[in-house]
Design a protein around this ligand. Structure first.
Ligand code: ADP
Length: 507
């Protein structure tokens, strides 16, 4: 098969499209700050800047036992969280399957199932002294305390209080009837009450808020919680006075601070600033929500594999072919066929510790490869053969080099843009300023704690390093060095428990 002798030129050109200049990063931060302002000022913007009614964050000294229920991921989870008051906690959890029939049946049946699951958990796993309605004689007063529960509900809701919020729409394959427009906390509480359970749902929690609170508990304070998993989103602590859409409400009169859920995945849905390539356009056009969640589509685990797949496909289809001799596989050819973990595997196989750079593609034609580099490329080749189901002889070391470069540039752009989101929060909260902007900064010596969760930031090699590099461009090295990015493991469980505790404090 004739190979394109200009492969290097084509790959270089793609790399240029995926590389963001310092000026672009600063421009993007300014556009981001504008959208923050719009969302804080009034309702109905893509960057929703949702008030969460959480007006304080933990410092690690909190104690108590709480339940958490997490609905919206692959499984439903029930946890018991014991806060020890010394920044540590104990967590016991049980996972439950939600059947397709429950997802699409009557909402009461779904919420009865949630209540039954909590009951099962309480009588089999929990350490809490719990007055099971079934262990109480008819007519006898129940013994044991009421257990407080925080609900992590990862669907669009319009929150009206810490413990109340209307379901706006279902997503992720749920369609239960009789739920839309109703208060999700009430739906759950009614189910507990139907079964005379001594459980009270006091808090409705977004997963970003859970991440922020749980990092705050572990680290003794935190100002941001951010998710880089299937999707991306962030929450941060804002001055109530700056949440102008709350003006003239009782909460605004109290002043102070409130956690805001930004919904930053929707940044720049207008497409005026993000550096769309033809590959991004294809990802968006073929997605279930074209025109929405623009920022998320550049960043999150759900899309990175698909962006890389679009780029690799264009190289396979090039005339003459640049990749895999012009042949695909069913995995490579399927929409969403490449998972982001494939990219992670490719980058792990390269393992940059010995600082070899990917050789110029011309070197392959001249067989000028260092044995170390050859060995590393062969590891990548094996990942490709295995993950994409290629016949071994169909993948060359040159193919391996190209695939590694494409994965690297797609993931680096995602991490760089993630740094912009974080920089925006730091500038918005006066922990940082933009280059040339004169303002006095908060706590110029202290550590700035940021809680994160999600497979992308947890597992993708160098994601945090690249994120920090872009943060440094926008806010400067002095601020960047003080940013402590920490994983908030079990954020949805511990965060929901901490939110329940916060709800009791705020009553
Ligand atoms: P969720 O956000 O749904 O709670 P995760 O944080 O585990 O769950 O994120 C899942 C996403 O992470 C998926 O889109 C998947 O492609 C991606 N992912 C899974 N494993 C890895 C990995 N090793 N490296 C990078 N991304 C990964």
């Amino acid at each position: 098969i004739p190979q394109d002798s200009n492969a290097q030129g084509v790959v270089d050109q793609i790399e240029r499209q995926f590389t963001l200049s310092p000026e672009t990063l600063i421009d993007l931060t300014k556009a981001f700050l504008n959208e923050f302002e719009l969302g804080l000022g009034s309702y109905g913007h893509p960057m929703a800047m949702i008030p969460t009614f959480v007006t304080g964050v933990p410092d690690g000294t909190e104690t108590g036992t709480f339940l958490a229920l997490d609905l919206g991921g692959t499984n439903m989870r029930v946890c018991e969280v014991v806060l020890n008051g010394d920044k540590t906690f104990n967590l016991i959890q049980q996972k439950f399957k939600v059947s397709e029939a429950l997802k699409s049946g009557e909402a009461t049946a779904l919420f009865d199932y949630l209540a039954d699951s909590v009951h099962t958990f309480l009588i089999t796993h929990a350490t809490t002294k719990y007055a099971s309605p079934h262990s109480v004689d008819a007519g006898a007063a129940p013994t044991g305390d009421i257990v407080h529960l925080g609900l992590t509900f990862s669907f669009p809701v319009e929150q009206t209080a810490l413990g109340a919020g209307k379901i706006l729409t279902w997503t992720k394959g749920f369609s239960a009837t009789g739920a839309i427009g109703n208060d999700v906390v009430k739906l759950l509480q009614d189910a507990f009450d139907r079964k005379s359970m001594h459980v009270k749902c006091v808090a409705l929690v977004n997963d970003t808020v859970g991440t922020l609170l749980s990092r705050s508990y572990i680290a003794g304070g935190s100002i941001v919680g951010a998710i880089f998993g299937t999707g991306t989103n962030g929450a941060y602590i804002e001055e109530v006075a700056k949440i102008r859409k709350l003006a003239n409400t009782p909460i605004a009169e109290k002043g102070g601070y409130m956690v805001v859920n930004t919904e930053w995945g929707a940044f720049n849905n207008s497409r005026s600033h993000l550096p769309f390539t033809s590959f991004d356009n294809a990802v968006d056009r073929l997605s279930i929500n074209p025109g929405f969640q623009a920022f998320e589509k550049f960043i999150s685990g759900m899309y990175l594999g698909e962006i890389a797949r679009q780029v690799l496909g264009s190289l396979v289809d090039a005339v003459p072919p640049i990749l895999f001799g012009g042949k695909g596989t069913p995995v490579l050819n399927a929409h969403y066929g490449l998972d982001t973990s494939f990219m992670s595997n490719i980058e792990t196989a390269w393992d940059d510790n010995d600082h070899h750079t990917i050789p110029s593609l011309d070197a392959f034609d001249q067989e000028q490869l260092h044995p170390h580099v050859r060995a590393k490329l062969d590891r990548i080749r094996q990942v490709i053969v295995e993950d994409l189901a290629f016949q071994s002889e169909k993948v060359t070391l040159k193919d391996a080099a190209i695939v590694r470069t494409i994965c690297y540039i797609v993931a680096r752009r995602a991490a760089t843009l993630s740094g912009v989101a974080l920089a925006t929060v730091l500038v918005q909260t006066d922990y940082a300023s933009l280059p040339g902007q004169a303002k006095s900064l908060k706590n110029e010596k202290e550590t700035i704690n940021v809680g994160v969760d999600g497979s992308l930031i947890e597992k993708y090699p160098e994601f945090e390093k690249d994120l920090r590099e872009s943060l440094r461009v926008v806010v400067g090295e002095d601020v960047e060095k003080r940013v402590d990015i920490g994983l908030a493991k079990d954020g949805s469980g511990v965060g929901a428990a901490l939110c329940a505790l916060q709800a009791l404090k705020q009553i």
